[in-house]
Ligand binder design. Structure first.
Ligand code: ADP
Ligand code: MG
Ligand code: MG
Length: 915
């Protein structure tokens, strides 16, 4: 019974320091609703209202777009509560209550859903509002805004294909032209009450003309229409594109918030703004944001007028500014994170309309996390949890080359909205930008301002440049989240969509011309400017910058130290050269998890010896060719062992099919024949013989070493001779030899026999003992199924998740492009299984193989070496199933370290919770 009545609660009220919900209820109330409740509870000034739960959204789509029957009653109770608190009435002709209808998904989806303000106004209530406010202009301004928003969002009066401007904006521009003929850039605030009345008339006519319907007069009809539109927008194109990009499941749904209006547009003692408790681009602890006097909130975000920095508020409304500073502190100490909040000032009084953990750049994320620990606001474990692992990529992203930038010419300045350096060819339209990017060009998307329709173009571009809009404009918001380089509000730019040109200080740039933007400084440069490595790379890899001279590096380094403190899962690297090894070690790798020995055969004249080996018909010819390869391979190992300074190195024996090493066109075959002094026919015949229908499943992996044991023998010799050599220099060496593509125990045994034999030969020759391990990759399902048997011989397993995914799914990675996109859209797979481990399928095999392996050999070493080893969700999964290490490319090592530390902290937290 209790459960049934609880399930029937669809509306959660908040107001006057009391709230049915709280900040932890984001799944049910959406992010906005949950935090409105939380802010109400902690006594912040929030206008009263109620939240319709996400369950209603789910119900709505499960029941042919209808509502549960209890909803209307509960909404009426919600409205009654607001009326009681405020002493106003919905639809009343004396003191009308006006409301905002606001969407609110669990995770904020910037710009995806539309808000409707001033709902409850009609031809009668507007007159009442004139009376109570004693402000005719204000009342009619509210009314025209309401018709505009409702007409757009609910009734669908929008830009038609081919139109450059929103139809309502066109009407406004038309009226302004009549009223202020000849004056450019007239602000909306200059239209007086009579003008606004005229606008209302024209807006209604526009609605009628476009939809054939009258604008609804009854406030309850208006409210129901608005609620339906919010739920409807959950399934619009833009929302779906966004959800796909950020892996937000469709079934989450959105909530709807209905909230009493407060007014920022009553005059010069009112205003509206957006602020961050710290700078979201750099992370610096400064009050950051912007506001507009005499405006309703949408104006700030929409870029209709250019807002002022929030610090200026101190001059014009010092009391309100002091209150905001107080709120800023309360927010951080309560939410323990940087907040992004929205406020409105009505006649000098501050109201809070929203708060959430602010989106920030990777750079800012690291700085804020580290500084909040110093300020004793959070502990170091929380700091580690606060930086999204994927975002470290941005911290490692390039900046402009210091010398190149000195000679580059600044053509405009804007706001630094997304840090980093980007250079590319300019495109003025999202579709064109996408096309150009798909054909391999580096692209900068240039717009007057961006809107959600531009999302695809923004994803495709290296960087985004806008002429209008502030730090909370759509472009800035999205750039921050995607980690795109962005400069916005570069007002000197004159963008002409029609002519596809950009004019600035007398120069004209055409579509396809190069520009460069610095999103850290907010500068725009003509032409292509060379980029340079991030400060972290300059310190660690290039060693061209000292640690003490780089705050960015110091913050990063502190974070990584905390990671080491938390971590159980080790992070190794995939490296085939001494240089890659050195880089990875600088990033904190604890060894090599995968050395692909075949990569060593592609360089210079090694490929010749390799080809000679492949073309050999007899064993002794093959051995002669292999003998030429041996010194190369040995030298590479010596280099890597030296760089590793005692850290372990997993070395995989030759894996790809031999035909990959041979030339395929006639000219190259002729040249090879000439070099090796054999006939062209012989070469082309061998290429032909080696052709396979299904190379991925063909003669590769250990199958090579089984048929040509002399290959494995040479490779083992190279490893051990190198080990003996480096050991002699006083450096410890820990080779771990890995046999690929094993499916049968016997395959592994045969290869292991060779390795042991060669090891003892080399030991004797060099008079030294070498300790090493021999293990296998688990990359075909059969190996996972009989892992207990395989573990009898294998001292370690390394999951080759690229091949394991291909073979388990029966899906070739290189051929999946034609269908995988559709699979993701239909949510057959939630994510690309080649990017993030398919945890329920492939992951289950990994888990099973781990358990079987440990049964036979309790101390068996377990790792993963597929590309997944650098992807945060996969890294966390590897931690949870108890692997010893993941391995990834050198530049992903910091990301994997952070993800590994987070997995360990999450596990400890979960254990504590259980107790
Ligand atoms: P979004 O999710 O796009 O940020 P919001 O629901 O936060 O949409 O609404 C956008 C803006 O509308 C807010 O920033 C605020 O300025 C204004 N707004 C929302 N609710 C109210 C309200 N109750 N009173 C006055 N303005 C409001
Ligand atoms: Mg908002
Ligand atoms: Mg493989």
């Amino acid at each position: 019974m209790a459960k049934a009545s609880k399930a029937a609660k669809f509306v959660y009220q908040f107001g006057k320091k009391k709230a049915d919900g709280d900040g932890s209820m984001k799944a049910l109330l959406g992010g906005k609703g949950a935090n409105l409740a939380e802010m109400t509870r902690i006594g912040l000034p929030v206008p009263p209202g109620f939240t319709i739960t996400t369950e209603v959204c789910t119900y709505y789509y499960d029941h042919k777009q209808t509502y549960p029957k209890e909803l209307q009653k509960q909404m009426e109770a919600g409205v009654a509560n607001m009326e009681k608190i405020l002493g106003k009435k919905f639809g009343d002709l004396n003191k009308p209550l006006l409301v905002a209808v606001r969407s609110g998904a669990r995770d904020s989806m910037p710009g995806m859903m539309d808000t409707i303000l001033n709902l409850g106004l009609n031809d009668q209530t507007v007159l009442a509002l004139v009376k109570v406010s004693k402000n005719e202009r204000f009342a009619w301004d509210c009314y025209r805004r309401f018709i505009q928003m409702y007409g757009d969002v609910v009734m669908g009066v929008q830009k038609r294909p081919g139109e450059d401007h929103e139809p309502f904006e066109t009407v406004i521009e038309g009226l302004k032209e009549e009223l202020f003929a000849g004056q450019p850039h007239v602000e909306d605030t200059r239209i007086d009450a009579e003008g606004l009345k005229e606008l209302v008339k024209r807006f209604k006519a526009l609605v009628k003309e476009r939809t054939g319907k009258e604008f609804p007069n009854n406030p309850w009809d208006q409210l129901r229409g608005a609620v339906g539109a919010v739920f409807g927008s959950w399934m619009n194109d833009r929302a779906m594109v966004y959800r796909r990009k950020y892996n937000i499941p469709q079934e989450w749904g959105t909530a709807v918030n209905v909230q009493a209006m407060v007014f920022g547009n009553t005059g010069d003692n009112s205003g509206s703004g957006v602020a961050f408790t710290r700078d979201p681009a750099s992370g610096e602890k400064v009050f950051y944001g912007e506001f507009l006097i005499n405006a309703q909130g949408e104006d700030v975000v929409a870029g209709v007028r250019t807002p002022e920095p929030v610090a200026k508020l101190n001059k014009v409304m010092p009391k309100a500014y002091a209150e905001l500073e107080r709120i800023r502190k309360v927010l951080e100490s309560h939410f323990k994170d940087m907040q992004d909040f929205e406020f409105t000032i009505e006649e000098g009084t501050v109201f809070m309309l929203q708060t959430r953990n602010g989106k920030r750049t990777g750079l800012a994320a690291v700085r804020i996390a580290v500084e909040m620990v110093k300020e004793k606001l959070i502990g170091w474990e929380q700091a580690v949890m606060k930086v999204p692992a994927e975002q470290l990529d941005q911290v490692l992203a390039p900046v402009f080359d210091r010398t190149a930038i000195r000679s580059a010419k600044v053509i405009a300045r804007g706001l630094p909205a997304g840090p980093g350096a980007a250079t590319g060819r300019i495109y003025f339209n999202a579709e064109r930008a996408v096309e150009a990017a798909e054909s391999g060009e580096k692209v900068l998307l240039v717009r007057v301002e961006t809107s959600p329709e531009d999302l695809r173009g923004m994803i495709a571009a290296e960087g985004i440049l806008t002429a209008r809009g502030g730090v909370s404009s759509h472009a800035a918001l999205v750039a921050r989240q995607m980690g795109k380089v962005c400069v916005c509000g570069a007002s000197a730019l004159q963008v002409d969509y029609h002519a596809k040109t950009l004019k600035v200080s007398g120069e004209t740039f055409n579509e396809g011309d190069y520009l460069s933007i610095d999103g850290t400084a907010g500068e725009v440069y003509a032409g292509e400017v060379k980029t340079a490595a991030s400060e972290i790379i300059q310190v660690l890899v290039e060693r061209s910058l000292k640690a003490k001279d780089s705050r960015t590096f110091q913050n990063y380094d502190q974070l990584m130290k905390w990671c080491s403190q938390a971590t159980r899962l080790q992070v190794r690297t995939n490296a085939d050269t001494p240089e890659q090894t050195a880089n990875a070690v600088a990033f904190g790798a604890s060894g090599i998890g995968l050395c692909r020995t075949e990569h060593m055969f592609f360089e210079g004249n090694r490929i010749d010896a390799m080809r000679e080996m492949i073309l050999a018909e007899k064993k002794d010819e093959r051995q002669a060719a292999l003998a030429k390869l041996l010194p190369f391979q040995r030298e590479d190992f010596i280099g890597m062992f030296t760089e590793l300074k005692g850290l372990p190195a997993t070395i995989r024996f030759l894996d790809p099919p031999l035909h990959e090493f041979l030339p395929h066109d006639h000219a190259a075959q002729a040249q090879l024949a000439n070099e090796l002094n054999v006939s062209v026919d012989k070469v082309s015949k061998r290429v032909h013989d080696l052709h396979e229908f299904n190379p991925m499943l063909g003669h590769r992996g250990c199958r090579l070493g089984i048929v040509y044991p002399e290959i494995s023998e040479m490779q083992a010799r190279a490893v051990f001779e190198a080990a003996a050599e480096v050991q002699k220099r006083g450096i410890k060496v820990k080779p771990e030899i890995m046999i690929p593509l094993v499916g049968f125990p016997k395959e592994l045994q045969l290869q292991i026999d060779i390795v042991h034999r060669v090891a003892s030969e080399v030991s004797k020759e060099k008079k030294t003992k070498i300790s090493y391990l021999v293990g296998t990759m688990i990359e075909i399902p059969r190996a996972a199924l009989i892992a207990d048997d395989i573990a009898k011989d294998a001292e370690f397993f390394s999951f080759g998740t690229n091949d394991l995914t291909q073979t388990t799914l029966g899906m070739s990675r290189d051929d999946s492009g034609s269908f995988l996109g559709r699979y993701q859209e239909l949510e057959i797979v939630k994510q690309n299984p080649f990017a993030s481990i398919d945890q329920t399928g492939v992951g289950r095999l990994m888990q099973m193989a781990s358990e079987l392996g440990r049964k036979t050999r309790p101390d068996i070493k377990l790792g993963i070496c597929g590309e997944h080893g650098g992807e945060p969700a996969s890294v966390k999964f590897c931690h949870r199933i108890g692997l010893n290490y993941v391995s990834c490319s050198p530049f992903r090592v910091p990301i994997a370290r952070l993800a590994a530390a987070q997995a360990a902290i999450e596990e400890t937290a979960a254990k504590k919770k259980k107790k």
